[in-house]
Write a new protein. Structure first.
Length: 175
């Protein structure tokens, strides 16, 4: 089973964030994100399709049913890219949602990790499945092998929390 971020879910999440920002009384003017995209660029597929390309370089407008039927595009062309997630992060950031932006950037890092390894890591992060050394080794792997610094920091934080809460392998679960 492949683990990937559904772009529709991201769009709905950003839509909800923007609704909150734009619907608030006296809301501040929405600023551009770090990379120059702002809330006005949402949804990207409608407002900035020129920015969106698939993993194999296919442009957004090439992702049509006719091109699927002719074989000009493949399943891989529909996968979300790290750059598309970064653009979404910029929109979320500009809407005042730094936590959503950080999660989107972590998801962008995860696109560099093979699906099978993501699932192995997910299972290793379940309570009582790994000891602290194993989690720290996973964090090092994320950082060095996949250049996933945000994910690595997340795993290191989890290792510390698991240690404090006695959730590491070998710890006895609370009765």
């Amino acid at each position: 089973m492949a683990m990937e971020l559904n772009e529709q879910m991201v769009a709905e999440l950003v839509r909800q964030v923007l609704k909150g920002v734009n619907g608030a009384q006296g809301a501040p003017q929405v600023q551009k994100g770090q990379g120059g995209l702002g809330a006005g660029d949402f949804p990207l597929a409608a407002k900035r399709p020129d920015l969106l390309t698939g993993p194999r370089g296919k442009k957004f407008e090439e992702l049509t049913l006719d091109n699927v039927m002719s074989g000009a595009v493949a399943f891989e062309d529909f996968r979300i890219t790290p750059q598309a997630l970064e653009y979404q992060a910029q929109v979320a950031e500009s809407a005042g949602s730094p936590h959503v932006a950080r999660n989107l950037r972590r998801a962008a890092e995860m696109t560099r990790i093979p699906d099978e390894r993501v699932l192995e890591m997910y299972n290793a992060l379940r309570p009582h499945r790994s000891d602290k050394a194993e989690l720290l080794a996973m964090a090092d792997e994320l950082e060095k092998k996949y250049e996933a610094k945000i994910c690595a920091a997340f795993v290191r934080e989890a290792a510390d929390v698991y240690e404090r809460r006695h959730l590491l392998k070998g710890d006895l679960p609370e009765a």
